[in-house]
Design a protein around this ligand. Structure first.
Ligand code: OSB
Ligand code: MG
Length: 383
């Protein structure tokens, strides 16, 4: 395998209008925002990565502000000039900075992209090369769609109907106290058979266990992250009281977290967001833990642009990713994406892994410039 040498790294802070915003139990972001990484090697290869940072520290403590600071001051300098034999060497190079997984992920992704290109591999092929035999990409990823908190159950039902008509075979609804049992009851009455799941984004506490037991009526695929965003222990007290499988999102940052959660029965399912766990190296370790435990695994999303999404689709095409992922077609997110061609939903509710080396999508730098312009006009104090 050929190593790569990091010559240059550019950062672009961007903002893009959403086609449909996503209201969660902790609020709603006005725009899609991110820091995009462009990494150039000494032999002229270019790789891309996305830190799906938000404006407000709601889902993650990282924000556009802290991400720009930590990338510029600490993480980028740690990679410049490095000769990297394998992308799984990146976490150690960034290890002097604690935390900040979304920011680290963007750099590691850009390294995966150039390393795959240097070794004549697609990104999916590069991931499979780091797994035991039998884990080759399936060429496509099973996907669903995530729907935010709406003003009424009827409006939610209308959006679900539209998404089902588009071909999505799994629906995820965001919930919060006061927007939960009644919502699930209304939606189940309208759609008795659909694959349905709920995501609480940490809005409940263990004292709500009796209340949450009502969710068992609705034949849910899973209930995602009901309790504290750092908690694993209390989820292990809740899961035995429910027949609905619990899935952990926010609480899982490493393979150790996943192993603990599955071992103590805190969750039966893992949502793997490559950005939340600091990159694809740790993602591969979590993948192996889930395979060992026979635990269902799916890839979550952060409303990524085509840059982050192409990488997530590649990972989600691995056979150990067994449930539909939160990765939707381009049209769900943006009128115009940063990459071409758009991701289009296939009739079997999948997205195809792009052909080609590395990410396999064409990045349109003029669109990055335009999105950087929107960021600067909306948030000039954080240019
Ligand atoms: O909890 O899964 C979540 C987006 C931002 C923050 C948290 C979450 C999400 C999503 C997005 O659900 C799903 C997608 O990218 O399509
Ligand atoms: Mg979630």
């Amino acid at each position: 395998m050929r190593s790569i040498t990091v010559k240059h790294i550019d950062l672009f802070s961007i903002a893009m209008p959403f086609v449909e915003k996503l209201r969660t139990s902790f609020g709603e972001e006005p725009f899609k925002t991110a820091v995009i990484v462009r990494l150039t090697t000494d032999d002229g290869l270019v790789g891309w990565g996305e830190a799906p940072l938000e404006i407000h520290p709601g889902y993650s403590y990282e924000t556009m502000g802290t991400g720009q600071h930590v990338l510029r001051e600490f993480l980028v300098p740690a990679l410049l000039g490095q000769v990297i034999a394998d992308p799984t060497d990146v976490p150690a190079l960034l290890g002097h900075t604690r935390g900040h997984p979304l920011s680290k992920h963007a750099l590691e992704s850009a390294v995966w992209d150039v390393w795959a290109q240097a070794n004549n591999l697609s990104l999916a092929g590069a991931f499979a090369a780091h797994l035991p035999d039998g884990h080759a990409s399936r060429g496509r990823a099973k996907v669903g769609v995530s729907i935010g908190i709406k003003p009424s159950v009827d409006e939610t039902i209308a959006v679900i109907r539209k998404r089902l008509d588009e071909g999505y075979a799994r629906i995820k609804l965001k919930i919060q106290p006061g927007w939960d049992v009644q919502l699930a009851r209304g939606v189940r009455a309208a759609f008795p058979e659909i694959m349905l799941m709920l995501d609480a984004n940490s809005a409940y506490s263990l004292a709500d266990a009796e209340y949450l037991k009502q969710m068992d009526e609705f034949n849910l695929l899973m209930l995602e992250q009901p309790l504290g965003y750092t908690d694993i222990y209390e989820h292990s007290k809740l899961q035995p009281q429910l027949s609905t499988p619990i899935c952990l999102d926010e609480s899982i940052h490493s393979a150790n977290d996943a192993r603990m959660a599955l071992s103590i029965g805190a969750a039966k399912i893992i949502n793997l967001k490559p950005s939340r766990v600091s990159g694809f190296s740790e993602s591969l370790e979590i993948y192996k833990v889930c395979v060992e435990h026979g635990a269902p695994l799916w890839v979550g999303g952060m409303m990524e642009t085509g840059i982050g999404r192409a990488a997530n689709v590649a990972f989600a095409s691995l056979p150990g990713v067994t449930l539909p992922c939160d990765i939707s077609a381009t049209s769900r997110y943006y009128l115009q994406d940063l990459t071409e061609p758009p991701f289009e939903l296939q009739p079997d509710s999948t997205l195809l892994v792009p052909d080609g080396l590395g990410l396999g999508v064409a990045v349109h730098e003029d669109r990055i410039s335009r999105a950087a312009g929107l960021w600067q006009s909306e948030y000039p104090y954080k240019a």
